[in-house]
Design a protein around this ligand. Structure first.
Ligand code: FAD
Length: 645
C-alpha cells in the first residue's frame, strides 16, 4: 500500500546565511519597511488571542496596521495560554550561573534532538531577553527575590536557572499583559475584536491568502472576512488524543483548513508527552491535569525497588526506593528533558514498579524539600499547584507524595513556515504553537511561552512588513469565485454533519480516536502498530460520517456541531500523524520508534537519513500525501547522541 509520495525538497529561502549572531539583525535590515501612512491602508486578520495571537495583534495595531482579531472563546483572555503554569525562559543570566544567548540556543537545539533549525533557535534565544523587559514594562508580576530582583528557577534539559515565573500561573499573568495591550488597541479603534467566532476556512485568491470564512458561534451566521494578510495563531492539536492537558476547546481546524488549501504541515508526529501529569482515573474523564515541570526543581521522582510493592509510600524505607532519574541521569537528575523523563516513567511502570491504581504512576515527593526549605517556602513557590492537586485527588501533597504519569501536552509539529514565519501560501503567516518552527522533536520546558511571545511581539511585526510592503493588494469582491467557493464549502460541510443523524455521539468517536492514537502513535511507536492505527483511523472516520449524531441546527449556539467539525478534522490529521510517524524510521525527541534505540534504551537517531523537516502537502482526503523534505544543517551545534548522564 502506498502511504505517501515523495515530492521535491522545500527550502527556507527567507533565512539569511553568514554569522549566526547577526542573521536576525541582517534580516530585519533587509526586510522592506512600510511607511506609517500606508500601514493605515493595510488590514491583517489574526486568528487567535493566546500569547502568540494577542501579542501579534496588539503589536501590529500599535505599529499602525488595521487588525481584525478572532477567537472562539467568549473573551480573548480565555485562550488556552492562560493555563500555562511553570514559566518562561530567557537568557538574562541574572543568576550569573553561566547562562548566555549561546547557551540557550545550544540547550534548545540539543533538547530538540537536532531536528530544529539553527537560525530560528538562535533568534529565539536572542529575542528572549527582550520579552522579559517588555512584560515587566507591562506590569507582569514575575516572582521576585527578597532583594526585589526578578527570580529564576530551573526547568528540564538545562543546568542553569533561566526560567522567569509568576508562582504557578505564569501563562495567566503573561496573557493578562498581552490582553491589556490588545484591549488598548481595541479601545483605540485599531483592532476589531470578534470573540465567539470560529474560522472554518481559509480564502486563497490568486495564490495569496486573502481572508477567512467564520461562523458566529452564537447565531450560527456564516460570514467572510477579506484582508491583505492572514495570521494564524490558533494553538496546538494535542487534543487529537482526546485526553491531554490542553483546554477542551483546543483543536486543529484553522491549521487543517489552511493545510487543505495548500499550506504544508510539518512534522505532525512530533508530540510532547509531559512526564508530570495527574494519572487518568477512569473512562469518565474528559481531560488531564498538568503538574508543572517546575515541581521537578524540588520534588524527587521515585518508585519502589521491588515490582508489585503496594505498601503506602510512607511505609517504604529509603533503601527500598528507586530514585531512578537521579540514578540513571546523575548530571541532570530530576531535571532531564520531558521526553527522557516520560520514557523513564513508562519503563519503570512496564517493569511492574508503577504505583497507584493500575500501576500507571510514579511518586513526586517533596518531603526532602519541605525538610530543607520549610513548608512556607515550598508553599510560596508551588502553593496553587499543591492546592489543585489536592482538590483533584483528595491527597495532601505536603504530607504524601504526588502521583504522576506522562500525558499528551504539546505539539511540536504544525504548519510549515519560513524564517519570516510565512507559510508556503504567500500572505499566510503562522505564529506560536500552530507553527512547527523552533522546538525540533522535543520542546524544552518554558520555551513555548518564549516562542509565542517572540513570534508575536518581535518577529512577525518585523517580517510581515516585507510582505505587506507590496500591498495594499487588489480588493477582492465577496462575489469572487474563490470567496464564494470557500463559503459554500463551509455551508455544505455543516449541512452534511447535521444530515447524518446517526446514533453515536461526537465524543464517543473522539474518545475512540484518541485511544487509537495513544496506543499506537503515543509514547512508543512501531511500524506494525502505525499501520494498524492507519486502518483503524480510516475505518473509524468512515463510521463517523455514517453514524455521527449532531443534534440541533446550524442557526443557533450548537456546541455539538462545533465539536463535530473539529473531530472531523482530527480524523484527517490523525492519519497524517501516523503516516509521518511511519515514514520516520528513527527515534528522536518525542518520537520514539521502538525499532530504533540504543542498547540502553535511549532514542537512536539516524542523521544520515532523517536530518530534515518533513513538510507534507495535502493531496485529497484518503489520497497519499506528498512529502517535501527541508534539509537541516548544523554549523554550530553538531549532532551527537544526546546524553544527560
Ligand atoms: C496546562 C499547560 C501548562 C503549560 N505551561 C507552560 C509553561 O509553563 N511554559 C511554557 O512555555 N509553556 C507552557 N505550556 C504550553 C503553552 O501554554 C502553549 O504552547 C501556548 O500557550 C500556546 O499559545 P498560542 O498563543 O500559540 O495558542 P493558544 O493560547 O492555544 O491560543 C489559541 C487561540 O486561537 C483561537 N483559535 C483556535 N482555533 C480557532 C478557530 N478555528 N477560529 C477562531 N479562533 C481560533 C483560540 O480561541 C485562542 O484564542 C503549557 C501548556 C499546558 C497545556
Amino acid at each position: 500500500m502506498t502511504y505517501w509520495i515523495e515530492g521535491d525538497p522545500v527550502a527556507d529561502s527567507a533565512a539569511p546565511d553568514g554569522p549566526i549572531e547577526t542573521r536576525w539583525e541582517r534580516r530585519q535590515f533587509s526586510a522592506k519597511l512600510v511607511n506609517p501612512a500606508n500601514k493605515r491602508k493595510l488590514t491583517v486578520i489574526v486568528v487567535g488571542t493566546g500569547l502568540a495571537g494577542g501579542s501579534a495583534a496588539a503589536t501590529l495595531a500599535e505599529a499602525g496596521y488595521k487588525v481584525r482579531s478572532y477567537c472562539y472563546q467568549d473573551s480573548p483572555r480565555r485562550a488556552h495560554s492562560i493555563a500555562a503554569q511553570g514559566g518562561i525562559n530567557a537568557a538574562k543570566n541574572y543568576r550569573n550561573d553561566g547562562d548566555s544567548v549561546y547557551r540557550l540556543f545550544y540547550d534548545t537545539v540539543k533538547g530538540g534532538d537536532f531536528r530544529a533549525r539553527e537560525s530560528n533557535v538562535y533568534r529565539l534565544a536572542q529575542v528572549s531577553v527582550n520579552i522579559i523587559d517588555q512584560c515587566v514594562a507591562q506590569g507582569v508580576p514575575f516572582a521576585r527575590e527578597y532583594g526585589g530582583l526578578l527570580d529564576n528557577r530551573s526547568f528540564g534539559g538545562t543546568q542553569v536557572s533561566r526560567t522567569f515565573y509568576a508562582r504557578g500561573q505564569t501563562g495567566q499573568q503573561l496573557l493578562l499583559g498581552a490582553y491589556q495591550a490588545l484591549e488598548r488597541q481595541i479601545a483605540a479603534g485599531n483592532v476589531e475584536m470578534n470573540a465567539r467566532h470560529e474560522m472554518l476556512e481559509l480564502i486563497v485568491v490568486d495564490g495569496r491568502a486573502r481572508g477567512i470564512v467564520v461562523r458566529d458561534l452564537v447565531t450560527g451566521e456564516i460570514t467572510t472576512d477579506l484582508a491583505d494578510a492572514v495570521v494564524l495563531a490558533s494553538g496546538g492539536y494535542g487534543n487529537v488524543f482526546f485526553l491531554s492537558t490542553n483546554a477542551k476547546g483546543c483543536n486543529v481546524t484553522a491549521s487543517w483548513r489552511a493545510h487543505r488549501q495548500g499550506a504544508l504541515f510539518a512534522n505532525p508526529c512530533y508530540t510532547q508527552i509531559h512526564p508530570t501529569c495527574i494519572p487518568e482515573s477512569g473512562t469518565h474523564q474528559s481531560k488531564l491535569t498538568l503538574m508543572s515541570e517546575s515541581l521537578r526543581n524540588d520534588g524527587r521522582v521515585w518508585v519502589p525497588v521491588r515490582a508489585g510493592d503496594d505498601r503506602a509510600p510512607a511505609d517504604i524505607p529509603e533503601d527500598e526506593r528507586d530514585y531512578y532519574l537521579e540514578r540513571i541521569y546523575p548530571s541532570f537528575g530530576n531535571l532531564v528533558p520531558r521526553d527522557i523523563a516520560s520514557r523513564a516513567a513508562k519503563n519503570v511502570c512496564d517493569e511492574g514498579r508503577g504505583v497507584g491504581p493500575g500501576g500507571l504512576g510514579v511518586y513526586l515527593d517533596f518531603a526532602d524539600a519541605i525538610a530543607r526549605l520549610g513548608r512556607p517556602a515550598v508553599e510560596a513557590k508551588y502553593g496553587n499547584l499543591f492546592e489543585m492537586y489536592e482538590r483533584i485527588t483528595g491527597d495532601d501533597p505536603y504530607v504524601t507524595p504526588m502521583r504522576i504519569y506522562p500525558a499528551v501536552h504539546y505539539t511540536m509539529g504544525g504548519l510549515w513556515v519560513d524564517y519570516d514565519l510565512q507559510s508556503n501560501v504567500p500572505g499566510l503567516f503562522v505564529v506560536g504553537e500552530a507553527n512547527f518552527s523552533d522546538h525540533g522533536a522535543n520542546r524544552l520546558g518554558a520555551s513555548a511561552l518564549m516562542q509565542g511571545l517572540a513570534d508575536g511581539y518581535f518577529v512577525l511585526p518585523n517580517t510581515i512588513n516585507d510582505y505587506l510592503a507590496a500591498g495594499p493588494f487588489p480588493a477582492v469582491a465577496e462575489s469572487h469565485e474563490a470567496v464564494a467557493a470557500a463559503r459554500a464549502a463551509v455551508e455544505e460541510r455543516i449541512a452534511k454533519l447535521l444530515s447524518v443523524d446517526g446514533d453515536r455521539t461526537v465524543d464517543s468517536f473522539h474518545r475512540e480516536l484518541g485511544h487509537i492514537m495513544w496506543e499506537y502513535c503515543g509514547m512508543e511507536r512501531t511500524e506494525s502498530g502505525l499501520t494498524k492505527a492507519l486502518s483503524l483511523v480510516r475505518a473509524l472516520r468512515e463510521e463517523f460520517w455514517n453514524r455521527v449524531k449532531v443534534p440541533g441546527t446550524g442557526e443557533e449556539l450548537n456546541q455539538n456541531l462545533e465539536r463535530a467539525g473539529r473531530v472531523a478534522d482530527f480524523f484527517e490529521l490523525a492519519e497524517l500523524m501516523c503516516i509521518d510517524a511511519l515514514h520516520r524510521a528513527e527515534s528522536c525527541g518525542g518520537h520514539f520508534r521502538a525499532e530504533s534505540q540504543t542498547p540502553d534504551g535511549e532514542a537512536l537517531r539516524h542523521d544520515d537519513e532523517f536530518s530534515y523537516v518533513a513538510a507534507w502537502e495535502f493531496a485529497g482526503t484518503g489520497e497519499p500525501p506528498v512529502l517535501h523534505k527541508e534539509a537541516l544543517e548544523f554549523e554550530y551545534v553538531h549532532p551527537t547522541q544526546r546524553s544527560y548522564k
